[in-house]
Every structure is written in structure tokens, then in C-alpha cells.
Design a protein around this ligand. Structure first.
Ligand code: GLU
Length: 449
């Protein structure tokens, strides 16, 4: 890192004490920007880096709600409106007990560059709460969402800030949040939230988009080395929305996903994961993953198992971490690289630790960072906003074609940028630089704000 960038990073670390995930994300992005900053001194003169690392607005609020026993509970709500140079703040809401301001800032910071890479007019933001939806009844989730939106609504708008889902926030939560927004504002403002049900303003393919998009990105990346998913054996960690549809797309492309996981363990299915059974369990029954093995003779459940360790047991070609941040460490990366894995593709946000990325890079394993590979979700959210604005609803085929084109565009933009900066095949550099330049140029055009 150049002296200018490392002193800037020191400032970011000092001013955002106790936020290790945000530090990690900032270090990674700034680490790629040396050559761009050197070649474009006007970015430094306009303090673009100082501004881009400082959120435009950070909201923290109390969320009181009543559980089914009548006990009053209090959670903390967050929305970090990070950057609106390219469009309204756009990014999901995460409901998980681990959520802190630092988590939301890391996600919001990543979102700026991810959204820029899509080429669509969306700024970056993220939000959430330390509320844990696990084990809560529908009525409790509804009351929580209503209370959360009762504060947040005043900060939202289709031209201002447009949340969506993330971990712990799916179609059910978006429905309750939208209902409360509509009630408070007396406006059917469809474009204020994305990930809506397809019957009331949602877009076809939005549910599948993050997982589908990650696999399309992987397909393009594999093709640069003359490989494909046909006959490939794949590990997909997680079993939420991203993992589920990554699995479906791998199977559509002729590959086999042999394992997935949740926070309690791993399912290894010798015959390949049965997508329909998994979807039924996770989306309809909201069951734990252990239930999958109970219903499928070819599968075994390993409580507390490590999904990446499977690469030492059975041949694996591609690994797609789709669970959560920092789930794949240097040891796991060494197991993957040492056993002939060709590519690691981040379906989740920052699932690989920096040390893991180093190990993969040293072993010449193809690596796709989340801000490029998982951008299909937010890109399809932007397509949902587009349909809402034109009061239209596209077919599945048309929406999927748009998603494919966007993912191919992101892949090519990252690859070309990496090449131009003398680092062919470095998708981390390509994604950070290409995303940054688009936002930085817009910030320059808009003046010092
Ligand atoms: N939470 C998703 C992400 O990490 C999607 C955000 C959105 O659709 O706005 O990109």
C-alpha cells in the first residue's frame, strides 16, 4: 500500500474503533487502489477517498416490540446510508443477533462498489438489527418489523433509500415492512423496498438472483481457463436463499453440488443435493438442515462438521461459500487449494478471510470476490425498481436474460480492469478498481457534498 493510502487507512481504523469487519473491508478496497490514485491525482485533490470511507448518514434507533407472552423486548435498528453518488441508497437489511454498527458499515461499504459494478443507477447502503428471527412466531416477526419500520420509514423513499433482504430478512419480512410503510405514509410506493412478493410488485427471478448470478459469474470465470460446470463437483456452504439457488443453477449447468451446511452442521449427499427437498425444508417448513438427512438415504448429517474439509475426502472442482462473513479461513483455503479446487466464488459477502484469499492466490486458484460475484441480487433489485417505475412486470425468461447479461458485464469489466492494471486474473483488484472509478467520477461531478 502506498504511504498516502496507508495513512488514510490508519485514520479510518482510528475513527471507527471496534469495528473489525469494517476495517477488513476498508483495508481490502484501499489495498487495490494504489495504481488508480497515482494515475489520477484529481481523486486525491477532491478527497474522494476520505469521503467515500465516511458514510453520508448513519442511523441507530430503538426497536421495542412485544413477544407472544406479552413481554416487552428491545432491539437496536441500524441503517447506514453510505453513498448516493450513483442513485438512491440501495442495500439489504440483516436481522441476526450478531449485527452491530460495524457489521452494517462493512456491508454498506461493500455495497457501494458492488452496486457500481452492476452499471445500474443505485447508491450503497445497508441496515439491520440484532433481532433474532429464529424460533419467533410469524406474529412476533410481524410486530418486530412494524416497530422497525415505524422509525425507519421517515428515512426511506424510492428516490432516497431502498432496502431489501439479507440474512434473516426474506419475503415474509419484506411483506410486513412494506405493509407498515404503506400504512404510515398512505402511499403504495412499490419502489421503496425490493424483494417483494411477485403478486404485489416483486420481480420474477429476484428470489433466485443472487445464487444464479454467482454461478453465472463462476461460469464466465471458469471459461477463461477452458473449464465449465459440466460434470463439476461443487461445495456450497449455507442453505439460505443464496445457497439454495446457487445449487439449482449448478445443477442446471450440469454440475453436482455434493454438500451444503447451516450453523449447526453439514449435509454430505453422495448423490448430489436434492434441490426440491432442500427448498421445501428451508422455504416452506423453515426446518433445520439435519432434517434433510433424515429424509434422504444418500445423505449424512455431520453435526458441527466443516464443509471445506470435505475437499480432502472427495474430489471437488468449485467451492461457493454462501453462508456469512469470514466462514472460510486459511486452513480451509489450503485444503481446497491442496486438493485441486479450481475456483472459489463468494456468494456471501466477504466469506473468505484475507489470509484465505492470500492462500488461494498463491496457489493460482481462481477467486471471485462477493462484491462482483454476488451482485446479481442487488442488480435484480434494481430491475424490480425499474418494473415498479414503469408499472410493468417482466417474464421470468426476460428477467433472467437481463441478469445473465449484467453478470457477464461485471465479469468482463473486472477481468479487463485487472488486465489494464497489469494483474490479469486478479478479480479482487478488477472489482475494487472498476467499482471505485465509477463512484469516484460521479462524486467528482457532483462537487464537494
Ligand atoms: N443483501 C443483498 C446484497 O448483499 C441484496 C441487496 C438488495 O437487493 O438491495 O447485495
Amino acid at each position: 500500500m502506498t504511504p498516502v493510502l496507508s495513512s488514510l487507512l490508519d485514520d479510518v481504523l482510528r475513527r471507527n474503533a471496534g469495528e473489525p469487519e469494517f476495517h477488513q473491508a476498508a483495508r481490502e478496497v484501499l489495498g487495490s487502489l494504489g495504481p488508480v490514485i497515482e494515475a489520477n491525482p484529481h481523486y486525491a485533490r477532491a478527497a474522494v477517498l476520505e469521503r467515500i470511507t465516511e458514510p453520508e448518514r448513519q442511523l441507530i434507533f430503538r426497536v421495542p416490540w412485544t413477544d407472544d407472552e406479552g413481554t416487552i423486548r428491545v432491539n437496536r435498528g441500524f441503517r447506514v446510508e453510505f453513498n448516493s453518488a450513483l442513485g438512491p441508497y440501495k442495500g439489504g437489511l440483516r436481522f441476526h443477533p450478531s449485527v452491530t454498527l460495524g457489521t452494517v458499515k462493512f456491508l454498506g461499504f461493500e455495497q457501494i462498489f458492488k452496486n457500481a459494478l452492476t452499471g445500474l443507477p443505485i447508491g450503497g447502503g445497508k441496515g439491520g438489527s440484532d433481532f433474532d428471527p429464529k424460533g419467533r412466531s410469524d406474529a412476533e416477526v410481524m410486530r418486530f418489523c412494524q416497530s422497525f419500520m415505524t422509525e425507519l420509514y421517515r428515512h426511506l423513499g424510492e428516490y432516497t433509500d431502498v432496502p431489501a433482504g439479507d440474512i434473516g430478512v426474506g419475503a415474509r419480512e419484506i411483506g410486513y415492512l412494506f405493509g407498515q410503510y404503506k400504512r404510515i405514509t398512505n402511499r403504495y410506493e412499490s419502489g421503496v423496498l425490493t424483494g417483494k412478493g411477485v403478486g404485489w410488485g416483486g420481480s420474477l427471478v429476484r428470489t433466485e438472483a443472487t445464487g444464479f448470478g454467482a454461478v453465472v459469474f463462476a461460469q464466465r470465470m471458469l471459461a477463461t481457463r477452458g473449464r465449465s460446470f459440466d460434470g463439476a463437483r461443487v461445495l456450497v456452504s449455507g442453505s439460505g436463499n443464496v445457497a439454495l439457488y446457487a445449487i439449482q443453477k449448478v445443477h442446471q449447468l450440469g454440475g453436482t453440488v455434493v454438500a451444503c451446511s447451516d450453523s449447526s452442521g453439514v449435509v454430505y449427499d453422495r448423490d448430489g443435493i436434492d434441490f426440491e427437498l432442500l427448498r421445501q425444508l428451508k422455504e416452506v417448513e423453515r426446518a433445520r438442515l439435519s432434517e434433510y438427512a433424515a429424509r434422504r438415504p444418500s445423505a449424512e448429517y455431520r453435526a458441527n462438521g466443516d464443509i471445506w474439509a470435505l475437499a480432502a475426502e472427495t474430489p471437488i472442482d468449485v467451492a461457493i461459500p454462501c453462508a456469512t462473513q469470514n466462514e472460510l479461513d486459511a486452513t480451509a483455503a489450503a485444503t481446497l487449494a491442496g486438493n485441486g479446487v479450481a475456483a472459489v466464488v463468494e456468494g456471501a459477502n466477504m466469506p473468505c478471510t484475507p489470509e484465505a484469499v492470500q492462500v488461494l492466490r498463491a496457489a493460482d486458484v481462481l477467486f471471485a470476490p462477493g462484491k462482483a460475484a454476488n451482485a446479481g441480487g442487488v442488480a435484480t433489485s434494481a430491475l424490480e425498481m425499474q418494473q415498479n417505475a414503469s408499472r410493468d412486470a417482466w417474464t421470468f425468461e426476460y428477467a433472467e436474460q437481463r441478469l445473465d447479461d449484467i453478470m457477464t458485464g461485471i465479469h468482463d469489466r473486472c477481468a479487463e480492469t485487472a488486465e489494464r492494471y497489469g494483474a490479469p486474473g486478479d478479480y479482487v483488484l478488477g472489482a475494487n478498481v472498476a467499482g471505485f472509478v465509477r463512484v469516484a467520477d460521479a462524486m467528482l461531478a457532483l462537487g464537494v457534498i
